[in-house]
Design a protein. Structure first.
Length: 508
C-alpha cells in the first residue's frame, strides 16, 4: 500500500476515532454532571486535571522518540532505531516509578477541605487510580515512533475505537447502577492497561526488526534524546499548563460549580480539537522524510499544503460553532444550564485553540528539523501572559469564567498567528515567506463572512428554527464557493486523486 493510501486511511480512522470519542463524551458528560452533581463533578474535573499534569514527566521524550525513530527507519538504520526504542524504554520506566511516588505522596499528605463533597479515603483512592492510569502509559511511549514511521495510524485508531466504545458502555452501566468516581477511575485504569498492552503488540507486529534488549540502551542515545527533548519538554509543559491553569484558577477563586459550567465549554473545544488534530496531524513523518532527504522544495510545498488544510478546517469549525454553538449547549445540557455564558466561553476558547491548529504545520516543520526550541519560547511567552492576565483578573476584579477564557485565548492568537509563522519561516529558511503566509491563512477569511451572516440572523432563542437552518445552508454555500475559487492547482489534483472514482464523472 502506498504512503498516500496509508495516510488517507490513517487520517480517516483517526477521524473516526475522534468522532467516537466525541460521541462518548456527549453521552457521558451530562450523565456524569447529573449523577455526581456540580460540586462532585467539579472535583472530578480538578482531580483529572491534576493527575493530567503528571504528563509533565514525559520531559518531551515522546516528540524526541517519534522524530528519531522515524528518521532512523526512513534511512533503514534499524540498529539506531532499536537504540532509541530501548534507551527511551529504560528512561520511561524510571519516570513511571517517579509518577507513582508523586501521586501517592500527594494523595496521603495533601488534605483539602472537601468534607461536603467527598471523603478523605475516596479522595485518596481517586487520585491514586487516576495517577496509576497516567503512569502505566509511560513505558509504552518508547514505541511511539514505530507506527508513525510506517504511517500505520489506521491500526492504532482501530483498537482505540474498540476500547473507547467498551469503556463508555461500562461507565454508563456503572452510573445507572449508582456507582461514582472510584468505580469510574477504576474503569479508566483497567482499559488503559489493556490499551497499553495492545499498543506494544501492534508495534512489534508493524516493525519486525524491533528488538528489546538491554544491550541497545546506551548513554549516548539517551543524551541525544535529552538534547532534543529539552525544548520539546518546555513545549509540553506550557501546553499542559495552558490547558489547566484556567480551571485551577476558577476552582481556587470562584467555586467547584463554576468549574463544572466552564468545563462543559472546554470539553466542546477539546472534542473539536481532538477531531481535527487526529484527522490532520499527520505531517511530521512527511516533513521529517523531506528533511532526511534534504529536499527543500517538497518541504515548502507540503508545509503550505498542510497549513492550508489546517486553516480550512479551523475556519469551518469556528464558523459552525458561531451558528450552532448556543443551540448545541441548549439541547445537550438542558434549559437549566447557563448556555449563554457557556456559548461565549466556547467561542473565545475556540478562537485560541483553532489558532494553534491554523499554524500547526509551522510547528511541525520546526519539530521535523529539530528547531522546536523556537516553539518552546513562543509557548512560554503565551503561558506567562495568560498567567499574568488570570492573576490580575480573577482574584482582584472577579470577572469570572469568561475572563479566564479571554486570558487563555488572547496570547494564543498573537503567538500562533503572528509570531510563530514569521519566526518559524525564517528559521526554516522558507522562500517567499510573505506569500506562503498569505496563501496559508487566506482560508481564515471565511470566519468574518460567517460572523456577519450570523449577525444578520439576529435570533433571540437558542432553539433551532427555519431561519437558523437557512442561515447554516447559506454559510455552507459561502464556504463551498470560497473553497472552489481558492484551491490551487496542486490541491485540485490531490482532491481528484483522493475522491472516490464513482464520484468522478467518466470521460466520454
Amino acid at each position: 500500500m502506498s504512503k498516500l493510501s496509508l495516510m488517507l486511511k490513517g487520517s480517516a480512522l483517526r477521524t473516526a476515532e475522534a468522532v467516537v470519542a466525541i460521541i462518548a463524551g456527549f453521552i457521558t458528560l451530562p450523565m456524569l454532571l447529573h449523577h455526581l452533581g456540580e460540586d462532585l463533578y467539579g472535583f472530578w474535573v480538578l482531580a483529572g486535571s491534576f493527575t493530567g499534569l503528571m504528563y509533565i514527566f514525559d520531559l518531551g521524550f515522546a516528540a524526541a522518540v517519534t522524530r528519531n525513530v522515524t528518521h532512523a527507519i526512513s534511512n533503514a538504520d534499524h540498529t539506531k532505531a532499536n537504540k532509541v526504542i530501548n534507551s527511551s524504554l529504560l528512561i520511561y520506566t524510571g519516570l513511571c516509578a517517579v509518577i507513582v511516588l508523586v501521586v501517592i505522596l500527594v494523595a496521603f499528605f495533601y488534605r483539602p477541605d472537601l468534607s461536603d463533597v467527598i471523603s478523605e479515603r475516596e479522595f485518596q483512592l481517586v487520585l491514586i487510580l487516576l495517577g496509576l492510569t497516567v503512569a502505566a502509559e509511560f513505558p509504552v511511549k518508547a514505541f511511539a515512533g514505530v507506527a508513525t514511521a510506517h504511517y500505520r495510524y489506521d491500526l492504532l485508531s482501530t483498537y482505540r475505537i474498540a476500547l473507547k466504545v467498551a469503556s463508555t458502555i461500562t461507565v454508563i452501566t456503572l452510573l445507572y447502577l449508582g456507582y461514582q468516581v472510584i468505580a469510574i477511575a477504576t474503569v479508566g485504569l483497567i482499559f488503559g492497561a489493556v490499551g497499553n498492552l495492545l499498543f506494544y503488540i501492534l508495534a512489534k507486529a508493524i516493525y519486525s526488526e524491533m528488538r528489546l534488549s538491554r544491550q541497545y540502551a546506551e548513554k549516548k542515545t539517551m543524551k541525544e534524546l535529552f538534547s532534543y527533548s529539552s525544548w520539546a519538554f518546555l513545549i509540553d509543559v506550557n501546553q499542559m499548563i495552558k490547558q489547566r491553569i484556567d480551571i485551577f484558577f476558577i476552582g481556587g477563586f470562584i467555586s467547584l460549580a463554576a468549574v463544572s459550567v466552564y468545563y462543559v465549554s472546554v470539553r466542546l473545544v477539546e472534542y473539536s480539537s481532538q477531531l481535527l488534530f487526529k484527522m490532520l496531524n499527520i505531517a511530521l513523518p512527511v516533513l521529517t522524510d523531506h528533511t532526511a532527504r534534504a529536499d527543500k522544495v517538497k518541504f515548502r510545498d507540503d508545509l503550505i499544503l498542510f497549513n492550508r488544510m489546517n486553516c480550512y478546517c479551523a475556519a469551518i469549525t469556528i464558523g459552525g460553532f458561531i451558528l450552532l454553538g448556543e443551540p448545541i449547549l441548549y439541547y445537550w445540557m438542558g434549559s437549566d444550564f447557563d448556555y449563554q455564558t457557556g456559548y461565549h466561553i466556547l467561542l473565545v476558547l475556540l478562537f485560541g485553540r483553532m489558532s494553534s491548529l491554523a499554524a500547526n504545520a509551522f510547528n511541525t516543520g520546526l519539530l521535523a528539523t529539530s528547531q522546536h526550541k523556537l516553539t518552546a519560547k513562543i509557548s512560554f511567552f503565551e503561558t506567562c501572559l495568560s498567567a499574568l492576565l488570570l492573576g490580575i483578573g480573577l482574584p482582584i476584579y472577579e470577572l469570572g469564567p469568561l475572563f479566564a477564557a479571554y486570558a487563555i485565548s488572547a496570547p494564543l492568537l498573537v503567538g500562533r498567528l503572528l509570531l510563530l509563522p514569521i519566526l518559524a519561516g525564517k528559521a526554516l529558511s522558507v522562500e517567499r515567506l510573505h506569500s506562503l503566509m498569505i496563501g496559508s491563512f487566506r482560508p481564515l477569511l471565511l470566519i468574518p463572512m460567517v460572523y456577519l451572516l450570523d449577525l444578520s440572523l439576529n435570533r433571540d432563542t437558542p432553539e433551532i428554527t427555519w431561519n437558523l437552518a437557512a442561515t447554516v445552508l447559506a454559510a455552507a454555500g459561502i464556504g463551498l464557493a470560497f473553497l472552489i475559487f481558492d484551491m490551487s492547482a496542486r490541491e485540485r489534483g490531490l482532491a481528484k486523486r483522493v475522491t472516490p472514482r464513482f464520484l468522478i464523472k467518466r470521460e466520454a
